[in-house]
Design a protein around this ligand. Structure first.
Ligand code: PEP
Ligand code: MG
Length: 756
């Protein structure tokens, strides 16, 4: 059963458009279930009606014409109730409504299941039979499972179809929207450049070439190289192999010699596709062909074809010439973009980012916000490999991507982009103003940094210090751990740039979604695993070198503060402090006269909230990492697009925790700051001010926005807003309240209406 299911899903996945996909579904499901009819009704977004869209067994002449409203007929009932309907005698059911001409009069047994994707009913999948019988449990289970799996595939294929239509001049482009998650605010209009991981056949973008002969030559050379490799390995292993194993190498060579594969790839290259794209498309088709075979021996050949395809691809990639040519307004698109990729593209050419995986609080998104680049994360339905050179629009406020927009629509986005630019221009005038409320209550605004590029931007925006320097960023951009002296130089430039303003350096925080290429951490549950302080306490050599580098770097400047991430018990703090004292005395022994820097703890897990007071007693300051704190309080993976809708930054539990931490720190007479993304939200900043936070640390991009919000209120107004919000039960109510609050405070520029 599982096998049949997998085969159908795979086949549907390779369809080029929705019509083809639905045709495969009806034929294959009818066949697998042995019924006389299988039909798909798809919901038309404009009318909301369920249209008779594909069938095997009923009258195809009425496809696309007959339809039912939600709630109308059995199909409408399945859609409305969002659950299966299994009937022995369909015509006897009170909801039965005959669609004239489609030919279902003769069928008695009816099983309909909704096709649901992300809570939205896309359509209804129906099987029917003449015989008067009830479908049994296993049949019902099969159809429900089938439909659940097909939903995502249907959405994917629908978008892929739109991409093809956009490239086909004979047919008008279809405007298409893909939902993702807001990553970094702003509107971007630009050209897609697809970034793919190396040697992954499934991630190669389709790209047109201007040098067909060159590509053809490269392909033949790569093929020859792989053939040579296999012959060498086979002869080296020679006598160590038994005849069966030897036969495998023969199979490999035969596949490579196969005139079909070579000719197919060559003909695609001659048609204008670059060698990597042509290879991947042909190989994937052959892999799918083998995977669909009944015989297990033949099925296994799929693995061989994949392996060979990957080898040829690796050769092609190794001889690829340098960097791609980035268009002036580049939108980077990839399955899982990394900090490294962002570093490779010239900043002035990058206008937007789309990542198929990840969520609004993934570190790539945080980096993008710091760089001020509109970003959409978790666009899981995006057929990203097909997007090269397409014009795209990104709405980074709502996390939406638009393909083939019409003129009118594009114009609205252009206007919004212009309004944003005007607002930023207005905000620039605040750069040198003090951040204080109307009644002169000071609120220091610091920045979060990681890249050297952040420094100039931060100072330019009037930052008063650094509340979080993510030291893992320079670690991420290297190929091995930087040695102590190299680190010292990196830290020195941060400290010097801001001196005498304070710079809070966080000790290495890897794990979770931040793994170093040269120090992979593979775990089932990385956010609950070996992360942050847990890694560095287990590796004193890494920890001590980093602390020594920081302390040495601060010589003569004395503006360093050290902060410990992911603390969840006092022992971790005690141990870390001991290491810091040891590193400090080693630096003194080497002859440098440096002060011991203030030490702080990040409050990022619920345990630290409940122990905030005892933690505060042990250190000089507390800083709340609200990104992680929200994830752990709400049990919502900050990186998982599927649960992003549950990641409520204004959840009452989060706000109450924030208040508790501020109170605990102050009871111990210690400074408390916040360095999670929440601090950069103008409405949240007003609440944090009222809670008594001493410092707000944020992305440089948000600094003047927050300053504007603070300068627009009195402390009393902020406190009133806080006490009102603390009475509310849900994040939605709190968000609504705050929107109104921004409007009442004359800050409507911070509210972005949805444009579609
Ligand atoms: C946080 O968790 O809020 C934080 C500031 O740290 P990071 O986002 O780097 O995990
Ligand atoms: Mg964190």
């Amino acid at each position: 059963m599982l096998e049949i299911l997998r085969n159908i899903v795979q086949e549907v996945n390779s369809a080029e458009n929705l019509a083809q996909a639905l045709e495969i579904i009806v034929v294959r499901v009818r066949d697998a279930m042995g019924t006389e009819v299988c039909t798909v009704y798809m919901r038309d977004p404009a009318s909301g009606r369920f249209v008779f869209q594909a069938t095997d067994g009923l009258n195809k002449d009425l496809l696309g014409q007959a339809s039912l409203a939600a709630g109308e007929g059995l199909v409408g009932r399945v859609a409305e109730r969002e659950e299966p309907l299994n009937l022995e005698r369909a015509p006897a059911h009170p909801s039965f409504r005959l669609l004239p001409g489609i030919g279902e009069e003769d069928f008695s047994a009816f099983l309909g299941v909704p096709i649901i994707h992300q809570r939205e009913v896309l359509g209804v999948l129906v099987v029917q039979q003449r015989e008067q019988r009830r479908f049994d449990e296993s049949e019902e289970a099969f159809l429900v499972t089938m439909s659940a799996q097909l939903a995502a595939v249907i959405v994917h294929v629908r978008v892929t179809g739109a991409v093809y239509l956009g490239k086909d001049e004979a047919r008008p482009p279809v405007p298409t929207k893909i939902n993702g998650i807001a990553g970094a605010p702003g509107i971007a209009i630009g050209t897609a450049v697809v970034v793919s991981p190396v040697a992954d056949l499934y991630a190669v973008p389709s790209r047109q070439t201007h040098d067909r002969l060159g590509e053809l030559r490269a392909f033949k050379k790569a093929l020859q190289a792989v053939r040579g490799d296999i012959e060498i390995v086979a002869s080296q292993l020679g006598s160590q192999l038994n005849p069966e194993e030897h036969a495998l190498f023969d199979v490999y060579l035969r596949i490579l010699d196969d005139a079909t594969i070579g000719t197919e790839v060559a003909s695609r290259i001659k048609g204008g596709e670059w060698a990597q794209g042509a290879l991947s498309q042909v190989m994937i088709e052959h892999i799918q062909h083998f995977e669909r075979m009944e015989q297990s021996y033949l099925k296994e050949r799929a693995v061989d074809v994949k392996d060979l395809g990957t080898r040829v691809l690796a050769y092609l990639q190794s001889t690829e010439q340098g960097q791609p040519d980035y268009p002036d307004a580049t939108i980077l698109v990839g399955e899982e973009l990394t900090a490294t990729v962002l570093g490779e593209i010239p900043r002035e050419k990058l206008v937007g980012i789309i990542s198929v995986r990840g969520s609004g609080n993934s570190h790539v998104a945080i980096l993008a916000r710091a760089m001020g680049v509109p970003t959409v994360m978790g666009a899981v339905d995006l057929p990203y490999t097909k997007l090269e050179d397409q014009e795209l629009i990104i709405d980074g406020y709502y996390g939406e991507v638009y393909l083939n927009p019409d003129e009118d629509f594009r114009k609205r986005f252009e206007d919004m982009r212009a309004e944003d630019a005007a607002l930023s221009h207005d905000l620039e005038s605040l750069r040198d103003e003090v951040c204080e409320t109307l009644d002169k209550h000071r609120m220091p605004l610091w920045v979060n940094t990681g890249l050297m590029a952040d420094v100039a931007r931060s100072l330019d925006q009037g930052a008063e210090g650094v509340g979080l320097y993510r030291t893992e960023v320079p670690f991420l951009l290297r190929e091995c751990f930087p040695i102590e002296e190299e680190q010292r130089q990196i830290y020195r430039s941060q400290l010097e740039a801001f001196a005498p303003k304070p710079v809070t350096m966080r000790t290495l925080d890897i794990g979770g979604d931040k793994s170093l290429p040269y120090f992979p951490i593979e775990e089932e549950n990385p956010f609950l695993g070996w992360r942050g302080i847990r890694v560095t306490l287990d590796h004193p050599e890494i920890f001590l070198a980093q602390i020594r580098a920081m302390i040495k770097a601060s010589e003569g400047l004395d503006n360093l503060r050290i902060m410990l991430p992911m603390i969840c018990n006092v022992a971790e703090v005690d141990e870390a402090i001991e290491f810091i004292h040891r590193a400090h005395s080693e630096v003194l022994d080497e002859g440098s006269a440096v002060k011991l820097p203030p030490i702080g703890v990040m409050v990022e897990v619920p345990a630290a909230v409940y122990q905030a007071r005892v933690l505060a007693r042990k250190v000089d300051f507390l800083s709340v990492g609200s990104n992680d704190l929200t994830q752990y309080l709400l049990a919502v993976d900050r990186n998982n697009a599927r649960v992003a809708g549950l990641y409520h930054t204004f959840h009452p539990a989060v706000l109450h925790a924030l208040q508790a931490v501020a109170d605990a720190a102050h009871l111990e007479g210690k400074q408390v700051s916040i360095c999670g993304e929440l601090a950069g939200n103008p409405a949240a900043a007003v609440l944090l001010l009222a809670m008594g936070y001493d410092v707000l640390s944020m992305n440089a991009t948000n600094l003047t926005k927050v300053k504007k919000a603070v300068r627009n209120v009195t402390l009393e107004q902020a406190k009133n807003a806080l006490s009102a919000v603390m009475q509310l039960d849900s994040a939605r109510q709190i968000e609504e309240y705050l929107q109104q609050f921004l409007l009442d405070s004359g800050l409507q520029g911070f509210i972005h209406p949805r444009l579609d």
